[in-house]
Design a protein around this ligand. Structure first.
Ligand SMILES: [Zn+2]
Length: 259
């Protein structure tokens, strides 16, 4: 079975890398976490800054693609078109509804939320199922998996027996999908690694659990040659405005894994 999984991964890699090599640069997949009207933080972008970033994308004729569409475009042999970008938001913080959602409606841009469902309608900082459904109804918001309760897999692997660790990984990957699919009536086949932590075993577990792709935040553009279970995303900060935002989109530097 292990052999089968490995050869499937190699096959997928070949499929991805054979497409549109000439396309060159790939697509920046941005990742946000929280929004706040006044106070920036390490993973918090002010609402006004987020809106200025959306305006910058409009002014520079970027196509803001849904995540699935961007992956399809990377896999296809289409000619290079106007530049594309994807917006993703991890964790399901309540400010996604209060701050971000009105702006994506105003600018009509699609967003993918990576959610860990154990927190929804449960933790005080998190979205409610009701808020997620309202966002879904706009047709602009897709919801995908960020595991069930956002574990640190590296820490868990050090702490647990191999059997217990394997059971935890399976639960985190499978229950998240099941809950999101049954609560929201959607298909979940994309995964964002909590803390950006992944390794070959986790990638194989994600494939076994039915995910088609998984996303890290190592920085760098998503390009046809990337491993489908470790597609890079680019963390956006409050200081990424104007020329800095342009630089981030055009030449993002791999940053190494953020813990
Ligand atoms: Zn997260």
């Amino acid at each position: 079975m292990k052999c089968f999984v490995s050869s499937s991964l190699v096959f997928l890699l070949l499929v991805l890398s054979s497409a549109t090599v000439s396309r060159g640069q790939g697509i920046p997949i941005l990742v946000y976490h929280r929004f706040d009207p006044a106070k920036p933080g390490p993973t918090t972008v002010r609402t006004s800054v987020f809106e200025s970033q959306l305006a910058w994308l409009e002014d520079h004729h970027y196509r803001v693609l849904p995540l699935h569409a961007a992956i399809d475009e990377l896999r296809s042999a289409s000619e290079a078109r106007e530049p594309a970008v994807v917006i993703t938001v991890d964790d399901g913080h309540r400010s996604v509804y209060t701050e971000m959602f009105p702006l994506i409606v105003k600018h009509q841009v699609p967003v993918t939320l990576f959610i860990y469902p154990s927190a929804i309608s449960n933790a005080s900082y998190a979205l409610t199922w009701d808020q997620i459904k309202k966002m879904q109804a706009s047709g602009l918001v897709d919801v995908q998996s960020h595991t069930y309760w956002h574990p640190n897999f590296r820490r868990e692997r050090a702490r647990l027996s191999p059997a217990d660790y394997a059971a935890l990984v399976k639960l985190q990957l499978e229950r998240s999908r099941q809950v999101l699919e049954s609560r929201l009536g959607i298909k979940v086949d994309e995964l964002a690694w909590p803390y950006g932590i992944y390794d070959r075993d986790l990638e194989e577990a994600a494939q076994h659990a039915g995910y088609a792709t998984a996303f890290a935040f190592d920085g760098g553009l998503a390009s046809p040659g990337f491993d489908p279970y470790a597609i890079p995303r680019i963390p956006v900060s409050d200081s990424d405005t104007g020329a800095r935002f342009a630089q981030l989109l055009a030449h993002p530097q791999p940053k190494g894994r953020i813990e």
